[in-house]
Design a protein around this ligand. Structure first.
Ligand SMILES: [Zn+2]
Length: 91
């Protein structure tokens, strides 16, 4: 269902209108205007996949595990570094 000859819509327009990150045409959320009904339990209801290009919206399990390990290691390294610097400066 993609139209490769047609150019993609503007990136910022597609972000602002909550369109699919791949094709920038299909909606990501079931309700295009979350402020219309003001029912907070359904404002983040999403499609399983893009109705235009069939891009899956839900990431696979474990997608963010690598990011968690890297950020944990960086945080521990930064904390140890600042701890040692403060020990040197205060003693
Ligand atoms: Zn799409």
């Amino acid at each position: 269902m993609s139209y490769p000859s047609m150019p993609k819509p503007n990136y910022f327009w597609s972000v602002g209108t909550m369109k699919c990150p791949r094709c920038r045409r299909g909606p990501m959320f079931k309700d295009s205007n979350p402020y219309r009904k003001l029912t907070l339990s359904h404002i983040f209801d999403m499609y399983e996949e893009c109705p235009h290009c069939a891009q899956k919206y839900e990431l696979e399990t474990g997608f963010w595990y690598g990011t968690g390990y890297v950020s944990y290691a960086l945080t521990v390294a930064f904390s140890a570094f600042t701890f040692i610097v403060w020990l040197i400066l205060l003693v």
